[in-house]
Ligand binder design. Sequence first.
Ligand SMILES: *[C@@H]1O[C@H](CO)[C@@H](O)[C@H](O)[C@H]1NC(C)=O
Ligand SMILES: *[C@@H]1O[C@H](CO)[C@@H](O)[C@H](O)[C@H]1NC(C)=O
Length: 406
Amino acid sequence: MNLVKMVVLAVAVFVMLSSCAVGYSGSTNSTELNVWSMENQPMAEQLAAVFKEMESLKCEQTTLWKQQKALTQMQNTSQEKRAEEEVAGTHVLSYGPMKMNDDEEDLDLSEEDLRRRGDPCYHYTILDQAWRATNATTKFKVCDRHSKWKGWYRLFYKGMSLQMPERCVPVDKCGTHSPLWLAGPHPKMKDGIVTRRVCGHWKKNCCAFKSTPIQVKKCKGNYYVYKFTQPSACYLAYCADVNTIVCGRCSRDQTCVSRDKINWRCKRNRRKFSKKIHFFASYPDQLSGKVNRIKYSKVLVNVGRAFNRRTGVFKAPVNGIYQFFFSTQTGRTGAKTDLWLVVNRYWVAVSHTHVSRPSTVGSLSMYMTFLRRGAIVYVTHNCGRSWANSASTTITFGGSLLVQMR
Ligand SMILES: *[C@@H]1O[C@H](CO)[C@@H](O)[C@H](O)[C@H]1NC(C)=O
Ligand SMILES: *[C@@H]1O[C@H](CO)[C@@H](O)[C@H](O)[C@H]1NC(C)=O
């Protein structure tokens, strides 16, 4: 951001503060409410425009930084690839800076980037070597001790994602004498990076070789990354379990499960019981006398879309405990002003103000209740006068689902 913008911003903030102060002192002397007069609007809009521009500059910067990072990484991985191929003498692919979860939103690029930077789920080498398969029988035998391991790896079999076996594998499989298997369950997403023992099967002993432990992490999209290290002896090699190919096809809301660690299947995750409902709306004008249902037309928040801006009615989408609030600012001396919260046509809570001196009073009321799905909630203006303008947010109605229930 350049200096000119900084100055504009500072001036804008100063003008807003001073105009607010003037408005406040004025209101104590007269019955007219002029906190937030319309004159303030253009400045507020200007301020918003400056903020917008700041955000877009930030965004541009992030994009450039991202591109640069991707290029550097591509260069690095191709170098690594060559080095790996020389050492291992096998087919090793490298994972470039492509996006793995395309249904993920890019709302906050910089934050997401920072999170990914150290996350092995986004920085791994693909190990697609058919001879590692648990059903492979090869003439040659490989010893992973001869490979130079660096960083994280993801196992593939002919382009299909799969995982290490969690069971003893017969000898002379996986392109080696003593196949290495994971002596412990794969971690869950919430476990993060875990350390697991690795066993090599030899002469009827499933853990004849207690090889160097490795690190494992579960990634979004039902796959795992492994931090392989040099095994303790030869001929040992890390296995890729062909029975787990099915796991690579599980969808986002499924988990790959197995009882015998031989037959695997995708199982639907239990539905998360946490619907999000939040709304906040305001009425941008003055009200007087009886208004059956206040049509709060200015909607600031409507997560879950349970509030209808056309009718001013909130309709509970699920069973649960809800909390509501509604507010007003009385508009004229001497008038009694009543607003009622109406739940399923019952008047349940009132916001009552009665000011006799030349003054004005703000009022906020809350209500919490259990609602069944389909319940209807709105606010009625029963009598008196309420003051608001398009910028004041004084006549408001809002609420949240606190806990969803069956
Ligand atoms: C690329 O490699 C260089 C030196 O090997 C290293 O300093 C740099 O951090 C690496 N960049 C990335 C994005 O991995
Ligand atoms: C190993 O399993 C894969 C996947 O099920 C299959 O395509 C392949 O033919 C099998 N190989 C052998 C040698 O049985």
